[in-house]
Design a protein around this ligand. Sequence first.
Ligand code: ADP
Ligand code: MG
Length: 254
Amino acid sequence: MTAPILQIKGVTKRFGGLTANSEISFDVAPREILSVIGPNGAGKSTLFKQIAGFINPTSGEVLFKGSRISGLPPHKVARLGVVRTFQETTIFRSMTVRENVVVAHHLRSKASLLGFFFGSGQARTDEAEFARSADDIIDFLGLQSIRNEMASNLPQGHLRALGMAIGLATHPEVILLDEPFAGMNHDETMRMVALVRRLRDERGLTVLLVEHDMPAVMKISDRIVCINFGEKIAEGTPSEIQANPRVIEAYLGS
Ligand code: ADP
Ligand code: MG
């Protein structure tokens, strides 16, 4: 078995008297698509926020390629290659789609945003490379037709695709998607499912997904971890999870 790219080790998160995550442990293999499922309030988003550095575990740790990343701030975790997407706050509304994707490249690079705005020699070299990569990502996501649209003019579906483009611009190795299909109709969901699969197949990404759309989860996932009341209650392939009595009870009992 190949070494895990990500290890969640005994992660516990308490908010005052509430235990949102309790001793959660599992490994993620490189190029795996792993979904975390569970009823509302089970602690899925809390777990993702801890993996991406937005909140620190009360105890336990997260390792990326064997090194501890929990405790690092989100920009450092992102720079190492672990990125959570769909945070629309990172979108500059007064910039075009393409400008947003170009700017996002600076998050991973050593060149600072100031270099982008004020243009040192090195920054100009990086800029040509970033522009090429931005166009590549825009093509990959099928956003060519809106590349010069102002972000403030985009409908919800395109904003989400732009969020994905911005996440990809940091060239992650692990991408965390928290409810990427929420609010999408069947066709949109199927397009997104195909896209997520291409991220793995064509770009070699490892994908962690939180999603409520069970048919989509069963279709796309290599493995599933189910949590309920902050505890991991099951881990396995989609068919194992579908047949697991504890999983069935968690969903029927909620
Ligand atoms: P899920 O994503 O599975 O729906 P969350 O991880 O968002 O669940 O939340 C798990 C539990 O932790 C919920 O009871 C929620 O109210 C609580 N919680 C989440 N974030 C905070 C916070 N910042 N402060 C206090 N409680 C929180
Ligand atoms: Mg959530």
